[in-house]
Design a protein around this ligand. Structure first.
Ligand SMILES: [Zn+2]
Length: 330
């Protein structure tokens, strides 16, 4: 077996040795230990089936290629409540066609909204046309339609299923890790820029259970790439039925905003929901829920596109300190 430096470095990382990339490079005397943060390793391209493989329709207009790298990798779920036991490739191809039909015929988009789709069986397919070809270049990215207000900055992955209360299958998880590692590797994207849809818009997506695994996703990808990072602090998603200190903080902020009928009882009841919906209307924030297949009514929920508006009024506390306070609260 050829003992190329490339092989050795990969082998060290894959064998789970807790050695930093700098350490590995130092021990082996490898070139390229350029930064104190470590030498980034490449990730192999996982098997990705192109639009021609699954029988995509042509886009209704030429897709837009952004002349720059994406900033974020965004994880979605398709909100398909069936959580199918069909782990076949045929199923992966069939959901790719269903999503494309929905996005083009119901949403009126030019093509699939997401750049990539990941099935429960672990089959990865190209979503929007040209996404794979452009990803392989590693310098530009295809503009999708999956994170309102940020589409020129993101690569989105739709994960088949509904993960509000159930965990993802291992097959889906493994292919998600492989795909995210490859995209991050191609573009040099930092682990803190691996996000869930809810980190941009007020939406359940990618489901509480899958969202809760994003820190693990970042850690696993970081190990594969040999990089170090700090987990980001994000805005919480609050919704009717929630309770606790974070809800009370939201209620105080809403009262400061003039919603005097909102109690500060830490219970996200009808008056809190109504006050958030009124705040959304008053501020002209467009609701952006998940678009893969079906939608949940997320009216009156409080998420990442609303918190910055809610906290920033004559208050000198930075968004980051608010995020940290909310992260510490129950
Ligand atoms: Zn989404």
């Amino acid at each position: 077996m050829a003992a190329s430096p490339r092989f050795d470095r990969r082998f060290l990382l894959r064998s789970g040795l807790t050695v930093s990339a700098v350490g590995a490079a130092g021990v082996l005397g490898l070139p390229g230990a350029a930064t104190a943060a470590g030498t980034r390793q490449g990730a192999e391209e996982p098997e990705i089936f192109g639009t021609q493989d699954w029988g995509a329709r042509p886009p209704s207009e030429p897709v837009v290629v952004e002349n720059h790298k994406p900033t974020y990798i965004v994880v979605h779920h398709t909100v398909d409540p069936g959580n199918s036991d069909d782990f076949s490739k045929d199923r992966a191809f069939s959901i790719s066609r269903t999503i494309q039909d929905h996005h083009m015929d119901v949403r009126g988009w030019i093509d699939s909204g997401q750049q990539f789709t990941n099935s429960r069986g672990g089959y990865i397919t190209e979503g929007r046309h040209r996404s794979l070809e452009i990803l392989r270049e590693g310098t530009r990215h295809v503009q999708g339609t999956n994170v309102a207000g940020n589409n020129s900055q993101v690569i989105g992955i739709e994960n088949e299923g509904l993960y509000t209360e159930v965990d993802v299958p291992d097959t889906l998880w493994d292919s998600l890790v492989a795909l995210v590692a490859y995209i991050a590797s191609q573009y040099g994207i930092g682990m803190e820029f691996i996000k869930g849809h809810r980190d941009f818009n007020t939406t359940e997506c990618p489901g509480a259970r899958l969202y809760a695994r994003l820190p693990e996703l970042r850690t696993t990808v970081a190990q594969r790439l040999g990089v170090e990072f700090e987990q980001p602090v994000e805005w919480p998603l609050l919704k009717p039925g929630d309770s606790g200190e974070r809800v009370a903080i939201a209620q105080r902020l809403l009262r400061d905003r003039g919603a005097r009928n909102v109690p500060v009882d830490g219970i996200y009841g009808p008056s809190t929901k109504q006050a958030v919906a009124a705040f959304v209307a008053e501020r002209g924030v467009q609701p952006h829920h998940c678009h893969a297949t079906t939608c949940t009514d997320e009216t009156g929920w409080l998420g990442s596109d609303l918190w910055p508006l809610l906290v920033a009024h004559g208050n000198d506390r930075s968004s980051r300190s608010w995020k940290e306070q909310l992260a510490r609260a129950s």
